[in-house]
Design a protein around this ligand. Structure first.
Ligand code: HEC
Ligand code: HEC
Length: 351
């Protein structure tokens, strides 16, 4: 009897133990302390003025690491709300996944720009040598985002947090504000690059042999009309295609009445009219779950976006200069647009 009890107890313990392990594994794919610390920082709402907003609020796993509330309301919510519940930025939140492959911003021998972070590339990576880490220092102090008053205030929150022991294990105690601010950026970037965020687990990555006929036709159309900008070859050290060259183009997106216009994008940042209206070519990974679309969020559905890329006649661009001849007059049929969209759906990561 006694012995049976012991065995039964052991079995129950084993089951509970493995369930716990499984839950832990299912919750995240972070592989080391630095990534785990970055995850805590990325998800900590106390790092905003009203303790109601974290990076994850605007870059949520259920919306391909873009803004979940905009994804759920793509017709009437296009730009993200700040911690104060009123302030709005002027651009649509892009995914924070896969952004880690964007290089330090540079101009090639033909004068074309590549890399950097944000739609206009203004976080160019020159300060920290890593555009993704540099970007992470923006939102906590941005008055229309997390709106913290100072770096010191951010560090006080971290020191009072449950994950401060982990921080001390990774970086040691916070003594110097500048060093700690850079450490914050490095940890957040490590999490954004981790397999928890930058997953490479889409049907495109794992099961191309199971593509439907429509998805196969879509891929062929994509190679023909889109891959010059949304590249289908691996680059910058990535294991698979990133669906962007991290270059810039003006595809002639119309002004969106709910955000300030005109928006000159890269041209304003590099102070060069030849770049006016150009925005960073976005990755199309997880594109089916990151509505609305384009830098100003003016396209509520993927169908609206792809239809515009196919035929932009009759649409007044926000910025008329420097428009690329590569899109806007593709002559695709409705059936071909459907095939392209079927293909784009294969780029959504599995959890
Ligand atoms: C209030 C919503 C909001 C919060 C909070 C927020 N972001 Fe963003 N994020 C945006 C918007 C909007 C943009 C695009 C801004 C632009 O391009 O001018 C953006 C851009 C980015 C990009 C650039 C992606 C690319 O491809 O260029 C990254 C990476 C990113 N955010 C990560 C973060 C991190 C890390 C945090 C927390 C430290 C954070 N965001 C907090 C809204 C937000
Ligand atoms: C000349 C380069 C270029 C080509 C070719 C191109 N795109 Fe794009 N694409 C861009 C740029 C730049 C943007 C962002 C424009 C903006 O917001 O102003 C964009 C945006 C998009 C978006 C919205 C992304 C988001 O996160 O909001 C989708 C979807 C898209 N393109 C799909 C396609 C498809 C499908 C094709 C082929 C039929 C294509 N693109 C061809 C440069 C290009």
């Amino acid at each position: 009897m006694n012995r049976q009890f012991k065995i039964a107890g052991l079995v129950i313990l084993l089951i509970l133990g493995s369930a716990l392990l499984l839950t832990a594994a299912g919750l995240n794919n972070v592989s080391d302390d630095l990534e785990r610390l970055g995850m805590h920082l990325y998800q900590d709402k106390n790092l905003s003025l009203y303790k109601n907003q974290s990076c994850q609020t605007c870059h949520h796993p259920l919306a391909g690491f873009a803004d979940r509330s905009n994804f759920l309301h793509p017709y009437d919510k296009v730009v993200s709300l700040g911690s104060d519940g009123v302030s709005m930025g002027g651009r649509n939140a892009p995914t924070s996944a896969y952004a880690g492959y964007s290089p330090i911003r540079y101009q090639d021998e033909n004068g074309e720009w590549f890399g950097g972070m944000f739609w206009d590339g203004r976080m160019d990576g020159s300060k920290l040598g890593d555009p993704l880490a540099e970007q992470a220092q923006g939102p906590p102090l941005n008055p229309v985002e997390m709106a913290m008053p100072s770096i010191e205030a951010v560090m006080e929150v971290i020191q009072a947090s449950s994950y401060y022991p982990l921080w001390k294990k990774v970086f040691g105690p916070i003594t110097n504000l500048d060093a700690a601010w850079n450490n914050f950026a490095v940890a957040v970037a490590a999490y954004e690059r981790s397999a928890d965020v930058t997953k490479f687990t889409s049907k495109y990555d794992l099961a191309q042999d199971q593509f439907t006929a429509a998805e196969d036709r879509g891929l062929a159309l994509f190679e023909a009309h889109c891959s010059a900008c949304h590249a289908t070859t691996a680059a910058n050290g990535s294991p698979e295609a990133l669906f962007t060259t991290y270059g810039y183009a003006n595809i002639g997106v119309p002004a969106n009445p709910v955000v300030p216009a005109p928006d000159y994008g890269l041209g304003e940042d590099v102070n060069d009219p030849d770049q006016n209206g150009k925005f960073k070519i976005p990755t199309l990974r997880n594109i089916a779950v990151t509505a609305p679309y384009s830098h100003n969020g003016g396209f509520p559905t993927l169908y609206d976006m792809v239809s515009f890329i196919n035929d932009s006649s009759g649409v007044t661009p926000d910025v008329v200069e420097n428009i690329t001849p590569l899109v806007g007059n593709l002559g695709l049929t409705e059936a071909e647009i459907d095939d392209l969209i079927a293909f784009l759906h294969t780029l959504t990561d599995e959890y």
